[in-house]
Every structure is written in structure tokens, then in C-alpha cells.
Design a protein. Structure first.
Length: 176
């Protein structure tokens, strides 16, 4: 038997070398893809690691700020309570100033020979009882009340003639 076994090759030598070249090219491309995928995986791992560090840092900062806020909450509650009380006091002060101004204005409008026996003030009404001996003084008082800047209307509820004092008049002034 001969030393060289005979082989049957149906492909031409060009075809075998081109097939080998194609296989080698596929092998190189496959290796390159494996290297690229490995690099992408390493980059993704490193990026994930940095994101986890940022998350941990932000979480600890949030916890610190929450602790600060919890510490300051009682002071904030006291401050808000004080602000509400100051606002309420300012509202009462404004109402008291308005009430005092209206009372002083009504007293100033009463002529000298008219006696103011009672005065009551509600939100929009002033009720007064007066005593006078002169009808002209009563007329002057009514005109003064009608010309008062905050008056919407003046109504007389009752007029009584008393011998000891003269006229006793109850009137209501409706305010704007």
C-alpha cells in the first residue's frame, strides 16, 4: 500500500481557500463581537455601580434632611400658631378701630342740647336712644346722621313725648 492515501476532492483549490477565508472571517467577526459585548457588559456594570453610589448618597442626604425637618417641625408649628394668633389679633384690632371710629363719629354728630341715653353697635347697624327738648335739634341730628359718610339709611323707630325730658327718640342707622 502506498504511503499516501489517496483523497478525493471534488472542490477546486480556489473554492477550498475561499471557504476557509470565509470561515476565518466569520471566526474573527465572532471574536470581535464577543469582545465588544464583554466591553459593553463591563461598562454597564461600572455605570450601575456609579448609579448605586449616587442612590446611596442621595438616600443618606434625604434621611439627614428628614431628620432636620423633624427637628424643626415643632418650631414650625409654634411659628404657624403664632402667625395665626397675630392675624386673629390684627383682625380684632381692625374691627375695634372701626367700631371706635364709628362710635366717636356718632357721638360727634349729636348736637349739644341732645342727650345720648344709649348706643349699641352691631355689624351693620347703630341703634341709639336720645332725649331732646327741641324738635330742631332732632332734625339737625337726623340730617347729620343722613350725611354721615358710612350711613346707608336712618330710620326712627319711636318718638315719645315725656314731660320730664321732652322727646325720647329711638333710631337705627344702617351702615354701608
Amino acid at each position: 500500500m502506498p504511503n499516501n492515501p489517496s483523497s478525493i476532492n471534488l472542490l477546486r483549490d480556489n473554492d477550498v481557500s475561499s471557504l476557509r477565508s470565509f470561515g476565518n472571517a466569520l471566526l474573527i467577526i465572532g471574536k470581535a463581537l464577543l469582545i465588544i459585548v464583554g466591553i459593553v457588559a463591563i461598562i454597564a456594570f461600572a455605570y450601575r455601580f456609579t448609579l448605586e453610589q449616587k442612590l446611596n448618597t442621595l438616600s443618606s442626604e434625604i434621611k439627614q434632611k428628614q431628620n432636620v425637618l423633624l427637628t424643626l417641625k415643632s418650631d414650625e408649628d409654634k411659628y404657624r400658631n403664632l402667625q395665626n394668633r397675630i392675624s386673629l389679633a390684627a383682625t380684632f384690632s381692625e374691627k375695634a378701630d372701626k367700631t371706635n371710629r364709628i362710635i366717636k363719629d356718632v357721638e360727634a354728630l349729636v348736637p349739644e342740647n341732645v342727650t345720648l341715653s344709649s348706643l349699641s353697635l352691631s355689624d351693620k347697624k347703630v341703634s341709639i336712644n336720645i332725649e331732646t327738648s327741641s324738635i330742631s335739634s332732632l332734625s339737625d341730628l337726623i340730617k347729620a346722621m343722613q350725611n354721615y359718610k358710612n350711613t346707608q339709611s336712618v330710620s326712627i323707630n319711636s318718638i315719645q313725648n315725656k314731660e320730664s325730658v321732652g322727646l325720647n327718640v329711638a333710631m337705627v342707622i344702617t351702615l354701608k
